[in-house]
Design a protein around this ligand. Structure first.
Ligand SMILES: O=c1ccn([C@@H]2O[C@H](COP(=O)(O)OP(=O)(O)O[C@H]3O[C@H](CO)[C@@H](O)[C@H](O)[C@H]3O)[C@@H](O)[C@H]2O)c(=O)[nH]1
Length: 469
């Protein structure tokens, strides 16, 4: 019930079904409507896949009617009500598991209680936390060794112990729950999620071996998890349009506009499904883009604009863009994968959400990294320091959704954009990104590492080697 989990999980279910498994997706009516056409098409092509909808009792959860997705929550209270409200699903899901008794349950992280329900019914569970091997290993190390509790300030750097690479972090880039030994409502939820992950039989990871080989090994040998890498799952999806929300209103416009541009000449900017920026920060981005002299396509999703602040575009900015054709602003849900895959795209300004990271990697595009929260600061380290296909914009701390300041100034944005688009270093980075993109495509082809991992997972399930704990 968050686009960042729903989009890859639906793709994983579709992959299972294509390999002869009967797959049932359980979600709410509004979420189901976002990918029902795709599922219907898969059924017509012979996949045994279906959606079972369960009504989300918004009112009982203290939420407005229609708030069926985390991306629709606009305050911390709404977010907490939403996460707590998920337990209202327990009865209908328990009933489904009892009646259908599937061979396996894959649950998104927020449904931590589902693992207990399934275990009680002796149904094996696999965890899917939406993220990759590197963040999984980094988080495990922090929870195990707690180096962040031994530094004196939020800014002081420390090394994350025991990882294959020397990676430095600071407390201001970590989630509060790691800092706080006491239980708050949020830390209790996060701990429940983590417990569910470790009590599941294993973890399905939307990543591919060649991108983070040392961390695949580390998660098996040091973290001690059974893991299967099945990604980039978005590459298994020929229908790149219907992903999480409808973007058909602007698909053709974006593609036609990109068709008029030279290869590798346009920057794409998008901050996922949950980010909220102040109008002052949006204005700063607009000014930096103008100053950079680069062509750009900027997806300002409804969440990027804070409800009360709409006056953020500099006067005449859009008109100027239209006249000289230098930029395109999309106000709404962008067809991200279609855009990234277009040959005109030469760089991607991203908040480092795992799906965006993988979609950028799959398209062979270098990235400008602007992490905001969650595990995004780890993902930035992977892109910049390990894969060397990212340039940091200079985001140093978690951003607060209601923050009205400008954490990143125009000069930093302009500098990072230029570094990814122009010069020798940019060329080298582009070469590495392109090579990685090829490896990503190969991983999901028949005989590739992710394809093989998925087959091995299915065989283990068929032979009942995967059991409930
Ligand atoms: O206009 C848009 C905006 C987003 N997307 C898609 O939406 C997804 C966004 O996912 P992601 O990049 O992972 O960002 P978030 O939505 O922020 O994802 C949350 O979930 C991820 C997976 O767990 C975490 O890595 C992130 O930190 C967390 O914020 C991607 O597939 C995008 O292609 C679009 O298609 N169009």
């Amino acid at each position: 019930m968050a686009p960042g989990h729903m989009i890859p999980l639906v793709d994983i279910a579709r992959q299972f079904a294509r390999h002869g498994v009967k797959a049932t997706i359980i979600t709410t009516p509004l979420n189901a409507s976002k990918f029902s056409k795709t599922i219907q098409r898969d059924r017509e092509m012979g996949s045994d896949i279906s959606i079972r909808t369960v009504k989300f009792p918004c009112k009982e959860a203290g939420l407005p009617e229609g708030c069926e997705n985390i991306a629709s929550t606009t305050s911390t209270l709404m977010y907490l009500n939403f996460i707590m409200g998920l337990s209202l699903f327990q009865n209908p899901i328990e009933q489904f598991l009892e009646e259908d008794h599937p061979d396996c349950l894959i649950a998104a992280p927020q449904f931590s209680w589902a693992v207990d329900v399934a275990t009680k019914l002796e149904i094996p569970t696999l965890a899917f936390n939406g993220s990759g091997f590197f963040p999984l290993c980094a988080l495990h190390s922090l929870m195990e060794h707690k180096p962040h509790l031994n530094v004196e300030s939020e800014m002081e750097e420390f090394v994350i112990p025991g990882l294959p690479d020397t990676i430095k972090m600071s407390r201001q880039k970590l989630s509060e729950h790691l800092m706080d030994e006491k239980d708050t409502p949020v830390t209790a939820i996060v701990k429940a999620i983590m417990r569910a992950e470790t009590t599941s039989y294993g973890v399905i990871v939307n990543s591919f071996y060649e991108m983070e080989p040392n961390y695949v090994k580390h998660s098996r040998e040091v973290v001690g998890r059974k893991v299967w890498h099945v990604g980039p799952i978005s590459l298994c999806n020929e229908d790149k349009s219907q992903r999480g929300q409808d973007s058909s209103f602007c698909e053709q416009k974006c593609l036609d506009w990109l068709d008029t541009k030279e290869p590798k000449s346009v920057i794409y900017i998008c901050f996922g499904s949950m980010a909220v920026f102040s109008s002052a920060q949006l204005l700063e981005i607009a000014i930096a883009l103008e100053a950079s002299n680069q062509q750009f396509i900027w997806a300002v999703t409804q969440n990027t604009i804070n409800e009360e602040q709409n006056e953020w575009i500099p006067e005449g900015f859009e008109e100027k863009l239209n006249v000289n054709g230098r930029g395109l602003i999309i106000k709404g849900w962008a067809p991200q994968v279609l855009i990234l895959d277009h040959e005109a795209i030469g760089g991607f300004v991203t908040h480092c959400g795992w799906n965006s990271l993988l979609e950028g990697v799959s398209a062979g595009v270098p990235m400008i990294t602007w992490p905001l929260s969650a595990e995004q600061f780890f993902n930035e380290k992977l892109l910049v320091e390990i894969l060397k296909i990212g340039v940091p914009v200079g985001s140093e701390a978690w951003s607060n959704r209601t923050d009205s300041t400008v954490p990143i100034n125009r000069k930093d944005i302009e500098r990072a954009v230029t570094k990814v688009m122009v010069g020798q270093e940019a060329e080298e980075m582009r070469g590495r990104a392109a090579a990685l993109g090829e490896l990503a495509k190969r991983a999901v082809e028949k005989g590739g590492s992710s394809h093989n991992s998925l087959i091995s997972l299915l065989e283990q399930l068929r032979n009942a080697k995967i059991t409930s704990n």
